[in-house]
Design a binder for this molecule. Sequence first.
Ligand code: ADE
Ligand code: ZN
Length: 323
Amino acid sequence: MIPKIELHLHLEGAAPPAFIRGLAKEKSIDIGGIFDERGHYRYKDFWDFLKVYEAATSVLTTPEDYGRLTTAVLEESAASGVIYSETFLSPDFCGGRDLGAWREYLHAMQEAAARAEVQDGITLRAIITCIRHFGPEKARETALCAAETVGDFVTGFGIAGDEKAGKPGDFRWSFDCAREAGLRLTAHAGEWGGPESVRAALADLGVERIGHGVRAIEDLALVDELAERGVVLEVCPGSNVALGLYPNWRAHPIGKLYDRGVKVTVSTDDPPFFHTTMEREFAELHAAFDWDEGVFAALNRTALDAAFCDADTKARIAKKLEG
Ligand code: ADE
Ligand code: ZN
């Protein structure tokens, strides 16, 4: 199996449905109709997906739950060949942005990640993310949690959630705070917003990577600017196809972005929600664009170059990539 680097994975979004069901049962929490008859997550569109995501997350109430979740998620990723992963973590869900509680959640996840590194050979780093539709005030508290816990494990800061809620500029303070603390920056943009949303994330938040960014394809001047500036896109094709942004894999713009020189990478976003894995992403890209091992090796190198870990970690992962 090809070793893989993944830069864009939401920890709660990667929770296997059976894991969430089991926890809900243990705690006698009723999470209603978020599963279909086959036991998969059920949602109608992106906005409904966000609601289901938050309902599933509501059963994760303790640091121990998050430790167990980290273990379950990393086992799945490693089984797909992932050797290095960056995951979005939200103090909103982990202790309600209270710094003391956040530290406890973080400790549990970091311990689980250290065990997975030994057992499954997968390295994890964390990007702390604010949630756009929760608003700029909560984002400030999230940024402060991130700034207080920056280190070997917490290396990035970002923003996810409903791209149609507010503007990137509303979150400038939080991104400035995170940058000053030494965190590397990324923002979800160009998924449900168009090219102007990508431009605003770059100009107003000063991010070096964009989560998704695929709708830049609607403005070729922007595509060329991304290529020239070396902005890295965390592209999640299976997520975009499952959420109906593109009708099928062949219609996905990742091929055109790559051909035009944009630094694209490949991730799963929220794999069980979108019935995907890193293995499936690579297989579908091979089928849709005839990408071969040479292209996948180049994508892995781009991803590792753009990773938010320190130089020693990068050198160690690079050795593993080379085999
Ligand atoms: N949170 C989890 N998945 C997301 C996505 N695809 N876009 C925005 N926010 C998200
Ligand atoms: Zn995402």
